[in-house]
Design a protein around this ligand. Structure first.
Ligand code: RP5
Length: 264
């Protein structure tokens, strides 16, 4: 996955990112004078799990972590102060931003497709900031990603589908605008294609979602999806077209892929 939004975008309550040019992105490339602002959202202090029962955030002092660091990207590197380092490189912001965990923050995404009236459709939610995205959210401690995707799908859209039956599309780094030098999003993306007979009902935007809808898979929308979700959809369809169950709708999938790859 790319490392663009994590250098060039930010939530409105983040400070401006220090510039990170392409040739200064990787930690191995010297960047004298790199001095990003340190930012941690107030909620991290309020939901510190070492102080607040049920809290979801690590303690502010990364040396008091009390858990092993895990990343799908491999062994986590640390900086001179022993803070975990973003595996894709610099982001222009230090600290954890709005992300509760030092290092990787694990999410799960549910990618549901279907064909209706001859068009390939994808289930999307609209986040609170207005951006369209895949249904998904944080994996709770000890929770399997498949379970988290099933739970988030129901919480955000009201649709019930066991994502244990879905195909694994991707596990790893997400180019999320909340990422920092020391905290970043990773996801497990799971794809399920519904048959013509499967009707899960009408999606409704709930919880973190202000809207939810089946949308035709078209390039203009894809380029504006949240974080790495456009790339995840491309990957899911690239794999799906090779599966025997895709044979009856191969034409639709390939037409969509031509359009999506054309704009990537
Ligand atoms: C993205 O953030 C992941 O792909 C996932 O969709 C999402 C999880 O964050 P919240 O929806 O819980 O804010 O990086």
């Amino acid at each position: 996955m790319a490392h663009e939004k994590a250098r060039k975008e930010r939530p409105s309550d983040y400070p401006e990112r220090a510039p990170v040019p392409d040739d200064r992105m990787e930690w191995a490339q010297a960047y004298p004078g790199y001095s990003p602002p340190f930012f941690e959202h107030d909620s991290l202090r309020r939901f510190d799990r070492t102080k607040t029962p049920g809290g979801w955030a690590d303690p502010a002092d990364h040396r008091q972590l009390g858990r092993a660091l895990f990343s799908y990207e491999g062994p986590v590197q640390k900086d001179a102060e022993e803070r975990p380092q973003n595996p894709r490189g610099r982001t222009g912001i230090g600290g954890r931003g709005k992300l509760g965990k030092w290092g990787a923050n694990q999410a799960a995404d549910a990618l549901l497709t279907r064909v209706r009236a001859g068009a390939l459709e994808l289930l999307l939610i609209q986040r609170k900031n207005g951006q369209w995205a895949l249904p998904g959210g944080m994996v709770d401690d000890g929770e399997a990603p498949q379970r988290a995707a099933t739970r988030e799908l129901e919480e955000e859209t009201g649709l019930v589908l066991d994502m244990g039956r879905a195909t694994l599309v991707y596990q790893g780094y997400v180019d999320d605008p909340r990422n920092t030098d020391h905290a970043w999003m990773e996801t497990t993306a799971l794809h399920a294609h519904l048959s013509d007979q499967e009707d899960l009902g009408t999606p409704k935007g709930m919880d973190d979602a202000q809207d939810a809808a089946w949308q035709p898979v078209r390039a203009p929308l894809f380029d504006t999806l949240f974080a790495s979700h456009g790339d995840l959809v491309r990957s899911a369809l690239d794999s799906f077209q090779k599966s025997p169950s895709a044979a009856p709708i191969l034409g639709q999938i390939q037409a969509v892929l031509r359009e999506l790859h054309h704009t990537s």
